[in-house]
Design a protein around this ligand. Structure first.
Ligand SMILES: Nc1ncnc2c1ncn2[C@@H]1O[C@H](COP(=O)(O)OP(=O)(O)O)[C@@H](O)[C@H]1O
Ligand SMILES: [Mg+2]
Length: 208
């Protein structure tokens, strides 16, 4: 059984007057239920391009992606809504949801508690540190209980200790539920919280 599968994903960027850049040259990936996969690779290798395609934010030039509709996202830049409080940010993905609002509210509060931010529930993102903002983003990614979370260098903007905290929370929160994880990272520690590591090199994924 796979939660996320790709067949021969290719992606080229065409810039007017220049040769197209072929970033992905045939990516095949299968992620099982609850499986945690780390993707590493040098800067510019195409990791964000791949993750955006996996999440449906970007169309591949060719190839297919099979994935659930409901996905949690965590980005390097936390991408919280600056006008919304911590609680409102976490509740944002539930606005189109199927569960009663009260169930989501309880779940949001529980997640905010598990990332250690109960006392900051009414604060705005600008009143939080980078690590705290990323903890809010983690809670937001998990609030609808998605079967799949995609994370693009979630510790890339944080100091080592704060980054380790985020990784610990990410692995604890995703272990409890049966959520699958694709984690793009530079950090060997991040790769260590995953079941396996793949390297994106020359446009394809290879075993690390
Ligand atoms: N929208 C775009 N238009 C043109 N080139 C792009 C675009 N997005 C990414 N690229 C190029 O694709 C390559 C891979 O980028 P990216 O996926 O961001 O790499 P990574 O996340 O591994 O650092 C880079 O050479 C980048 O310049
Ligand atoms: Mg990137």
């Amino acid at each position: 059984m796979t939660v996320l599968g790709t067949i021969d994903i290719k992606k080229s960027f065409k810039i007017k007057g220049q040769e197209p850049i072929e970033v992905l040259k045939g990516v095949n990936l299968a992620v099982g239920p609850g499986e945690k996969v780390a993707i590493v690779g040098r800067s510019g290798a195409g990791k964000s391009t791949l993750l955006n395609i996996l999440g449906g934010l970007l169309k591949p030039t060719s190839g297919t992606v099979t994935r659930p509709q409901n996905i949690g996202f965590v980005f390097q830049q936390y991408h919280l809504m600056p006008e919304l409080t911590v609680l409102e940010n976490v509740l944002l993905p539930t606005m189109t949801g199927r569960l009663p609002a009260a169930d989501y509210l309880a779940r949001a509060k529980k997640l905010i508690d598990s990332v250690g931010l109960s006392s900051r529930i009414k604060h705005l993102p600008s009143e939080l540190s980078g690590g705290e903002q990323q903890r809010v983003a983690l809670a937001r990614a998990l609030v609808t209980n998605p079967p799949l979370v995609l994370a693009d260098e979630p510790t890339g903007n944080l100091d080592a200790m704060t980054g380790t905290d985020i990784l610990r929370m990410l692995s604890e929160l995703s272990r409890g539920s049966e959520v699958s994880l694709v984690l793009v990272t530079h950090s060997p520690q991040a790769a260590a919280v995953c079941d396996r590591t793949l390297r994106l090199e020359n446009g394809i994924l290879i075993k690390e």
